[in-house]
Design a protein around this ligand. Structure first.
Ligand SMILES: [Zn+2]
Length: 80
């Protein structure tokens, strides 16, 4: 007789960046983060610390948001 123990639900951990509950499952490639974005931002923040790469300043969350906004608007910074 086999008694398989199936967990009622996967373990959930809060995303270190935005505190969104993240299911700790194989399918979640970005765990413990909720998304690739949060993972990249956190890695960037980490890189900004003692492990900073010389000449390669890490972007913070604001800069990434600004970059995305500009790309969406097609804003090149010129004022015509
Ligand atoms: Zn997140």
């Amino acid at each position: 007789m086999s008694q398989r123990q199936t967990p009622s639900r996967p373990l959930e951990v809060p995303c270190p960046r935005c505190q969104t509950p993240v299911a700790w499952v194989e399918e979640n490639l970005f765990r413990p983060f909720c998304s690739e974005r949060c993972k990249l931002i956190d890695l960037g923040a980490w890189a900004d610390g003692s492990h900073r790469i010389a000449g390669e300043p890490a972007m913070d969350e604001t800069e990434i948001d600004e970059m995305i906004m500009r790309a969406e608007r097609g804003d090149t910074g010129r004022e015509d």
